[in-house]
Ligand binder design. Structure first.
Ligand SMILES: C[S@@+](CC[C@H](N)C(=O)[O-])C[C@H]1O[C@@H](n2cnc3c(N)ncnc32)[C@H](O)[C@@H]1O
Length: 250
């Protein structure tokens, strides 16, 4: 797995500061209420900030993530006992066909390679309740950056350089894209710690058009596939920074 930053215990400890609960969390929480979710699966849950906030009496919440470091952090947070934590990727999802809602947040789906995407979506479908004559199937929702916005062009050392005082001391940080081919973008994240050590982590993200996702979702057994360009349902256009997808298990 190339997502090394999620293995660094110091950086994982800073993750929630860098990625606080904003409109995205409000959207996913409102969706859980809208579909009256009794059972939720959060794939790529990371530190579980959103996952824990989805938990409530009468609702089961499962957080799945391949990074043991992320999950160890998640397990130490207040309220973690309300969530079942599972280490793994989509293959670890139980094909129970019982979940009312599956989410994949913080652009986690962009870590899934083209080879893995079909099986990942099929596993998500398998975890969700199938649709019937009386009620529609369980809902999947996730977000992914719009390739047309070409975010990677702004991931230069100059544009991303920063210094800050953190719980692990003074950090200097920047990003540098190392390869762009098709929708695949590889970049290094530099993190210079107070002792001068530069911990460099390589990440690979896969950018996909809305139409590519629509096709993949359709093939994986989803229906009622829609997407918006923000957290408020505004139709996506060429300038949208990201897509917010919703689909139902057929
Ligand atoms: C940017 S973090 C998002 C974490 C969290 N969902 C959030 O909203 O903050 C991406 C997460 O995806 C996980 N991840 C990487 N590859 C994955 C895969 N193939 N399947 C599921 N999760 C994956 C990483 O371990 C990491 O925790």
């Amino acid at each position: 797995m190339p997502d090394d930053p999620y293995r660094d215990v110091d950086l994982v400890g800073l993750y929630d500061l860098d990625n606080p609960a904003l409109e995205d969390h409000a959207y996913y929480r409102a969706l859980a209420d809208e579909v009256d979710a009794r059972s939720i699966v959060d794939l790529g849950c990371g530190t579980g900030l959103l996952t824990r906030s989805l938990a409530r009496p009468g609702r089961t919440v499962t957080g799945v993530d391949p990074s043991r470091t992320m999950l160890d952090f998640a397990r130490r947070q207040p309220g973690s006992e309300s969530v079942t934590w599972v280490q793994g990727d989509a293959r670890a999802l139980a094909p129970t066909g019982t979940a009312d809602l599956a989410v994949c947040t913080g652009n986690a789906i962009m870590h899934v390679s083209p080879e893995e995407l079909p099986s990942t979506l099929r596993s998500l479908a398998g975890a969700l309740r199938p649709g019937g004559t009386l009620r529609p199937g369980g809902t999947l929702s996730f977000e992914s950056r719009n390739p047309a916005a070409r975010a990677w062009e702004r991931w230069t050392p100059e544009a991303t350089y920063g210094e800050r005082l953190t719980s692990v001391g003074h950090l200097r940080e920047w990003l540098e894209v190392t390869d762009v081919s098709g929708g695949r973008v590889a970049f290094d994240a530099h993190n210079v710690f107070p002792d001068g050590e530069d911990r460099v982590y390589t990440s690979v993200l896969f950018f996909r058009t809305a139409e590519e996702f629509r096709r993949e979702l359709d093939s994986a057994g989803f229906t009622d596939i829609t997407w918006a360009g923000d957290w408020h349902g505004t139709p996506a256009g060429g300038g949208s920074r990201f897509f917010v997808f919703r689909a139902r298990r057929a």
